[in-house]
Design a protein around this ligand. Structure first.
Ligand code: GCO
Length: 254
């Protein structure tokens, strides 16, 4: 049996993992033997998600904190290293969305989205690297978005943050590579997640996605798991600074 995609004995933090893409990536990596530490804001939802993975025989534990509380994030990573002696993979996925025509935006709306979707990822990447550098190995994976590559109206802060993530990933990739750490960004297309429910339930937008995406459909969260496993495993050992687009071909179609 090849160990190319094995994550056996890897300690893996996944933020925003109570549901949706984070939970799907955590499940896929747990299925490859990883010990996944699920982060979310709501302890109850998080405990249920961890219990679901443990019921499948996987190694999973909750780590409840709000990624936009930078002190809490810093402490949470230190606690993981104290408990497990290591942190091998950080999937920095937690994100929020805010959709409004430009003139209806308040400064605080923009700040809140950027704090959670971008600044929090910087803080967590730094703290993860602090744990990884002494061991000379590690994988940092950001959840970006096709909204960091192409554009649609109303999602200004989200697009800015996701484009920023991809840029930050490249700077971290070149700085941390000599220390054995790779940094990459997964860019999902339109996935059926709770965050996107308003879009899925809007018949006009739903039909637009189905025509705009060559595969003619929304993606299921579990369709993102393989990308995380690939980048976290031996299979992805020479991939660094990459934007792995998982969008059914949306960004390449005219
Ligand atoms: C939106 C959606 C997108 C999603 C999409 C691409 O409002 O356009 O929330 O921003 O992130 O799934 O990743």
């Amino acid at each position: 049996m090849s160990d190319l995609f094995s994550l056996q004995d890897r300690v893996i933090l996944v933020t925003g993992a109570s549901r949706g893409l984070g939970y799907a990536m955590a499940e896929a990596m747990a299925a490859e033997g990883g010990t996944v530490i699920l982060n979310g804001r709501d302890r109850k939802t998080l405990d249920a998600a961890a219990a679901k993975l443990k019921a499948k025989g996987f190694k999973a534990e909750p780590a409840a904190f709000d990624v936009s509380d930078f002190a809490a994030s810093t402490k949470a990573v230190a606690d993981i290293v104290k408990r497990h002696g290591r942190l091998d993979v950080a999937v920095l996925n937690a994100g929020i969305q805010h959709r409004k025509p430009l003139l209806e935006w308040e400064n605080a709306d923009f700040q809140r989205v950027v704090d959670t979707n971008l600044t929090a990822c910087f803080v967590l990447a730094r703290e993860a690297a602090r744990a990884m550098v002494p061991r000379g190995q590690g994988r940092i994976i950001f959840t970006g978005s096709v909204m960091g590559i192409v554009a649609r109206p109303t999602v200004h802060a989200y697009a800015a943050a996701k484009a920023g993530l991809a840029g930050m990933a490249k700077t971290l990739a070149v700085e941390l590579a000599p220390k054995g750490i790779t940094v990459n960004t997964i860019c999902p297309g339109f996935f059926e997640t709770e965050m996107n429910t308003p879009l899925v339930q809007n018949p006009e937008f739903n039909n637009w996605v189905k025509t705009r995406c060559p595969l003619g459909r929304w993606a299921k969260p579990e369709e993102l798991g393989g990308a995380a496993v690939f980048l976290a495993s031996k299979a992805g050992s020479y991939v660094n600074g990459h934007m792995l687009v998982v969008d059914g071909g949306l960004v390449v179609m005219m």
